[in-house]
Design a binder for this molecule. Structure first.
Ligand code: RB5
Length: 146
């Protein structure tokens, strides 16, 4: 089993909770244990605070993450400032599959105000089910990694 570090802001809170509850068993089947870094309510808060906690854990462990804000944009900006993180903001299942296969993304970002819960569920399952293809895609990642 490895950890899946998740975090959200107030805009992503309901989505985070719904995904945690409804995908608990499916994520466990994929070998993932959810570690929740908050936020824990709908009171207005600052997404970088919660993104940082989850991203530090992903980097330290070489594990994976799921970050949810209103658009997914703020979370992806914060996450991609980390050297060990390749975060992908996904709005379709195909984005999710290709982010894993081609970009070896290790953090999935979702926009709870943009993406309905059913689609969000499908995107999460697609992302964490896929594997990196390596080869030419690794060469391209090496070109922008320090
Ligand atoms: C919060 O209102 C909103 O700005 C935030 O959730 C996110 O969308 C930022 O990128």
């Amino acid at each position: 089993m490895s950890n899946l570090h998740i975090a959200c802001d107030h805009a992503g809170f309901t989505c985070k909770e719904e995904l945690k509850t409804s995908l608990h068993a499916a994520l466990a089947d994929l070998g993932l244990t959810v570690v929740d870094h908050g936020t824990n309510g709908t009171e207005s808060c600052d997404y970088p605070v919660f993104a940082e906690e989850a991203c530090k854990a992903v980097e330290a462990e070489g594990s994976m993450g799921l970050l949810i804000c209103g658009t997914g944009i703020g979370m992806s900006m914060v996450a991609n400032r980390h050297q060990g993180i390749r975060a992908a903001l996904c709005t379709t299942e195909l984005h999710a599959r290709l982010a894993r296969r081609h970009n070896n993304a290790n953090v999935l970002c979702l926009g709870a105000r943009m993406t309905g819960i059913e689609l969000a569920r499908a995107i999460v399952l697609a992302f964490f089910s896929e594997n990196f293809e390596g080869g030419r895609h690794q060469r391209r990642i090496d070109l922008f990694s320090k």
